[in-house]
Ligand binder design. Structure first.
Ligand code: HEC
Ligand code: HEC
Ligand code: HEC
Ligand code: HEC
Length: 428
């Protein structure tokens, strides 16, 4: 017992010391760059992050296992989840025809399957992403890749756990790798802008808010071939928050040298050109984001709404894949029913009328109705759908997690449908 605090202290000292050397290795501060986090919540997150503790990678490693990050991400440093549990692998296998199922089913599935076919690998995170950025992102995820439907789900973790996970994910930073101490010194952002256009970076990347940078629509046909690369290309608005300038220069010059297997191709250029482009990416003036607003809530419908219609248009589309019948899939009713991604089993089965009527299990282990009304008068089910719209607009509600978890919000017409159905007494 007695050895424990000492070990913890040593670990803290070791990570503290590592923090210092890494700062030194990164060299002098980059030119003052306007940060992209101009949304209220983003600015608060950055302020909170500034004082972030270093985090314990060993605890982070355990958390990454418990929270099952490997059901979506490669490159977690842990073995991928079995295919039966892997949200992305199974979808990719179906899309590629590698799944054993009748042809008719495969065809139907493929038409329906759009979500979670591409997810960024977390490999070499330490050589690309700032530890503090990861920490802030885990606490309040936001959309980084405009052409990817799914976002990082808002998990049930607090600041300390986020620090531990970020420390673990960035543990592999290769300090020995050569990093120029003043990577952007003498670089020309104006020349960088021209190069950015000339080299076609906009084919894959959005750079929202940067005046005069046009997002190029992917060429038809090519879109299919490079679907993953286009879907996974980050909006470069966030790059200055996510990356150190030295890492950015190295990345632009040769992405695969940093992250083998990355979908970003190597675009031929000289080291000086890479510095110019990086200077442009880091210093381009960004217009503030228009305050995002959730879509307007529609009035109740006067026509009759049946369960069959709500099931077809809402529950069956995305919900049931995380809230299904456990018997159907060998005891796994999905993370929203039998638990997963670190969430407790909530026992909420959205695949049947009876399942929905049975409600969910709260933190005290009591069954609760998904129709009971909260402080704002909205039934819990509707509140969860509205909360997802609010999350997409940058306003996560602390008390209600947005549903569908980490996936595009349900539209106002669908919410209207659910609300009207509940108001009408939930006819079959
Ligand atoms: C349900 C699938 C899913 C799970 C589970 C999941 N993620 Fe993610 N994560 C995503 C998606 C999708 C993105 C890309 C979001 C975007 O770009 O907007 C993402 C992005 C990230 C990023 C940013 C990477 C980058 O290059 O932009 C980090 C870091 C991350 N996740 C860490 C984690 C960790 C740690 C866990 C486990 C605690 C985890 N994720 C669990 C789906 C998931
Ligand atoms: C064993 C293979 C398999 C696994 C594992 C799997 N899925 Fe799916 N998923 C499917 C199939 C098949 C479909 C299409 C079903 C249909 O058309 O009704 C689908 C459809 C979906 C859809 C709705 C279609 C869409 O694109 O909007 C969502 C959302 C979804 N899955 C999420 C998940 C999540 C989250 C996980 C991990 C917790 C997961 N899936 C794990 C096979 C799988
Ligand atoms: C074929 C599509 C494609 C092209 C063309 C492309 N990129 Fe990328 N880029 C990507 C993808 C995909 C990623 C994410 C890679 C990953 O996480 O493995 C990426 C990542 C990046 C990043 C890291 C950003 C971040 O926030 O993590 C930067 C910076 C970047 N690209 C700059 C450029 C520049 C500059 C060019 C033009 C010289 C360019 N890219 C051309 C697809 C592309
Ligand atoms: C990617 C998986 C996933 C998808 C898709 C999903 N859910 Fe959930 N859902 C969860 C998880 C995990 C929980 C448990 C959350 C918690 O404990 O905070 C949950 C909890 C809930 C709750 C519980 C009560 C609450 O608010 O705490 C409701 C209601 C709910 N989901 C509704 C929906 C609806 C409606 C849809 C479809 C529009 C949906 N979910 C789609 C994973 C998912």
């Amino acid at each position: 017992m007695r050895a424990r605090p000492l070990l913890a202290l040593l670990a803290a000292l070791a990570s503290g010391a590592a923090g210092c050397t890494s700062e030194d290795a990164r060299g002098s501060a980059p030119p003052a760059a306007p940060r992209a986090s101009d949304q209220g919540a983003g600015a608060a997150a950055v302020a909170a992050v500034a004082a972030a503790p270093a985090g314990d990678p060993a605890r982070g490693e355990r958390l990454v296992a418990e929270l099952q990050c490997n059901r979506c991400h490669d490159g977690t440093g842990q073995a991928p989840a079995a295919r039966d549990a892997h949200c992305v692998q199974c979808h990719q296998d179906i899309a590629a025809g590698r799944f054993q199922a009748p042809a008719a089913a495969m065809k139907r599935w493929n038409e329906n399957l759009v979500q979670l076919r591409d997810v960024p690998s977390l490999a070499a995170a330490g050589d690309r992403l700032r530890r503090d950025w990861i920490r802030g992102f885990l606490l309040s995820p936001h959309d980084v890749r405009p052409r990817l439907h799914a976002t990082m789900p808002r998990l049930a973790i607090g600041p300390e756990q986020a620090s531990d996970i970020a420390a673990y994910l960035t543990r592999d930073r290769r300090e020995g790798r050569e990093r120029p101490s003043a990577p952007l010194e003498g670089a020309s952002a104006a020349r960088g802008r021209e190069l950015y256009e000339a080299k076609g970076c906009g084919t894959c990347h959005a750079f929202s808010g940067a005046a005069g940078v046009t997002a190029v629509a992917p060429v038809k046909g090519m879109e299919k071939e490079t679907r993953a690369a286009i879907a996974l290309a980050p909006d470069l608005r966030h790059a200055r928050d996510r990356m150190d300038p030295a890492d950015l220069v190295a990345w632009v010059l040769d992405p695969a040298a940093i992250k083998p297997g990355t979908p970003m191709p190597q675009v031929p250029m000289s080291p000086a050109e890479a510095r110019d482009i990086a200077a442009f990416v880091v210093t381009a003036e960004l217009s503030p984001r228009a305050p995002a607003s959730a879509p307007e809530r529609l009035p109740l419908l006067s026509r009759r709404v049946t369960y069959a219609e709500v099931d077809r248009r809402v529950f069956r589309v995305t919900c049931r894949h995380c809230h299904s019948e456990p018997d159907y899939a060998l005891g796994d009713g999905g993370p929203g029913n039998t638990g997963g991604f670190g969430f407790k089993p909530r026992g909420l089965n959205l695949a049947t009328y009876e399942g929905i009527a049975a409600g969910y299990v709260d933190d005290q282990g009591e069954r609760r109705s998904v129709f009971s009304r909260g402080p704002d008068g909205a039934p819990r089910l509707v509140a969860a759908l509205l909360a997802r719209q609010a999350e997409e607009a940058g306003r996560a509600a602390p008390a209600v997690r947005g549903m569908p978890l980490g996936l595009p919000a349900v539209g106002p017409e669908e919410i209207q449908l659910v609300e009207s159905w509940i108001a009408q007494g939930r006819p079959q």
